[in-house]
Design a binder for this molecule. Structure first.
Ligand code: HEC
Length: 143
């Protein structure tokens, strides 16, 4: 899984610039399927194991979505140290430390120039919100 993810990541970076017109949904679709099925396998194999391990799968999924899976990628616009992104269009998330609900609200409703992420599933929205809140050590990292 690591190899596949690396390969599609560089492809992503080569073909995606700051102009994120949704002109190549098939690239996104292919990539998402890979990421998601890997995450699903991980999640199902972990069910019944310690909560901490299940949580790390959720964090991994959120991080993958943040850096590459979500379209447009959060990394274009936001700085987040844990994800090693340096976007400057939106607020610095390390400084803001948005809690779970605040991230979720931004993703579902959009805020200012940031458009809503309508195509993400509930599981993906949850993973992203949990990841951003956890990575910035927000006060509340759960719904
Ligand atoms: C096109 C650039 C862009 C992208 C892509 C983007 N954002 Fe934003 N985001 C912004 C801007 C700009 C704001 C500030 C909007 C405002 O305050 O009017 C913002 C605000 C936020 C906020 C704070 C909301 C609040 O309550 O003030 C969070 C949290 C956030 N974004 C998370 C994300 C996540 C997670 C992603 C990826 C799924 C993402 N953003 C993708 C531009 C972007």
């Amino acid at each position: 899984m690591g190899g596949a993810r690396q390969a599609s990541k560089s492809k992503w970076h080569d073909t995606r610039g700051w102009r994120f017109v949704p002109d190549t949904p098939q690239i996104n679709g292919k990539h998402m399927n890979k990421t998601l099925s890997a995450a699903a396998i991980l999640l199902s194999s972990l069910s019944g194991m310690a909560v901490a391990e299940t949580d790390s799968a959720r964090i991994d999924m959120g991080k993958a979505l943040f850096t590459q899976g979500a379209e447009p990628s959060c990394s274009i616009c936001h700085t987040l140290a844990d994800a090693e992104t340096m976007g400057e269009i939106g607020p610095n998330l390390d400084t803001m430390r948005p809690d779970y609900d605040r991230v979720m609200r931004a993703l579902v409703n959009g805020v200012g120039p940031m458009t809503p992420y309508d195509s993400l599933t509930d599981e993906e929205l949850d993973a992203l919100s949990h990841y951003v809140a956890s990575a910035t050590k927000a006060d509340n990292v759960e719904p």
